[in-house]
Structures are given as C-alpha cells and as structure tokens.
Design a protein around this ligand. Sequence first.
Ligand code: SF4
Ligand code: SF4
Length: 280
Amino acid sequence: MKKQDVINFIEDFRQNSGWNRVSEEKAIRPDLSGLEMFDAAVCGFAAASDPAFLKLRESGVIGPHHPLPADWLEGARSVFSFFLPFSRSVRASNAGGDDPSPEWLHARIEGQDFINRLSRALEEWAAGQGRRALAPAVNPKFAFCYNDNQVFMDDRGAPWPVSFTSNWSERHAAFVCGLGTFGLSKGFITRKGIAGRFGSIITDALIEPDNAVPDNIYGNCSMCGRCAELCPVNAISLEKGKDHAICNEYVRLTGVKFSPRYGCGKCQVGVPCEFEIPRR
Ligand code: SF4
Ligand code: SF4
C-alpha cells in the first residue's frame, strides 16, 4: 500500500461519494442542502511500532487504558491519520455569537458520519488488496472512559458522566503520525489549521512512515490567547489551559438546544490557527 494511493482514495471519496454534502432530508434549512462540509484532507503515516504510541500509555499522557496499535489489530505494521478541514462556508458561518451555526452543527454531526463511512470504506479498500485494516473509532471495541468523580446532571436531573478520554485518541494518533501539535484550546493544529475533524486507520500493510513526531506537543501554537477570548464560557486561559469540564457542559447544553445535534467550535474560528499554522 502506497501513501499516495491512500491520499488519492480519501480525496476520491471526499469528492465523489456524495457523503461530504448535507442531504436534502437532513438539512436544517433548505438552503443548506448540498452544503460541502470538508476540504481536501492532509494525511500522516507512522509505524505501528513507533515508541511514541508506548508513550501515550503513560499516566499523565493518556494512560494505560490506551491500547497499542497491535492490541487493536494483530500484526499491525502501520497507522495513518487524516485531518479533514472544514470548508470555508462552515468555518465562516460559525464566527461570532455564542451559538453554533447550523453549518457547524451539520459539519460536526453529518461530518462525523462522513468520516465513519470513509473509515469503513478504507477498511474495505484495504481488504480488497488482501490487507487488514481497522478504524478504532468505528470498531465495536471503541469506548469512552468515564471518570466517576465528575458527573453532571442532565436536563432531567439524571447523572451524566463526563468523559474526556477514550481508548483511542484521534488527536494523539495524529500527533504520532506527524500531522501537527496541540494548541492551547486542546484542538490540534495541522498545516491546514485547527478547524476540522480527524480519523485514523491501523493496518497490517507496510507503509513508509513519515517519522515526524514533533518534539514539542504545543509547537504549532503561538499561545496568542485568541481562542480564550472567543470561548463563550471562559473554558480556556493562558494560565491554566483548557478546563474540559466547563467546555463539556457547554457543549452538552447545545445538545439540549439543538437536538439531535450539538457542537461549539468558537475557539476554532476567527483564530490565527483556524486554517494554517500561525506565525509566532
Ligand atoms: S488561537 Fe492562538 S493560543 Fe489558541 S490554539 Fe490557536 S494559536 Fe494557540
Ligand atoms: S468548544 Fe466552545 S466551550 Fe469548548 S473551549 Fe472551545 S469555545 Fe469554549
């Protein structure tokens, strides 16, 4: 399996599958039917045996609940991660105000559906070449890991456990695959910016790794603090970074208001890292 073939497959799926556009039935408003959610992806490649995956299992990084690629797929040799930047229409619509725009809600929910379909298509494509491939995010073993100490009440007064971690982190996989670094907002800044979504595949195919794990996990962030200024609930600060509990609760409330969709992303638009690596 060659890198360029992977990149070509993802781009062909993005352009031609039809799933990168909001359907007429799903559109929140009639004029949003056909909205294109994602621009062309950027991809990064790592060896499944890269020691950086071991590092993720350390307490204080992610933790021992984060399996190695070979725990997901026996005989794993390679991992690739892809970042799909939100289209200009999606990004521009979400600038300003406290509520997520309808376009952003679509890109967050129907956009994730697109990524899930792409991930399964990549698994099938690999199988067609006699290779095994697995997308952790759509695998039955994928799970969020809840912290019993942090439980909110939902709008009906029932406990609603808060999860900030899972047994496969797309952004950490992107880091090991050399796609970029984290930002102050804990979003992930690639060369196509921070506003978008990630997916990843573990495969037994041998793909030349990029060997591009950054030295500094915040290397692409200028620490300008603009994301902190834009957060409607002050979940981000230069001093303390991001308070996930505050962010999570705000996003949950958007789910009450905009059910069945949710989202925010105000820290990802109108910021210097929105669609590129910012200058320091
Ligand atoms: S807005 Fe500034 S501080 Fe926030 S993540 Fe982007 S570059 Fe970093
Ligand atoms: S997603 Fe929204 S609530 Fe969460 S940190 Fe970003 S701006 Fe704040």
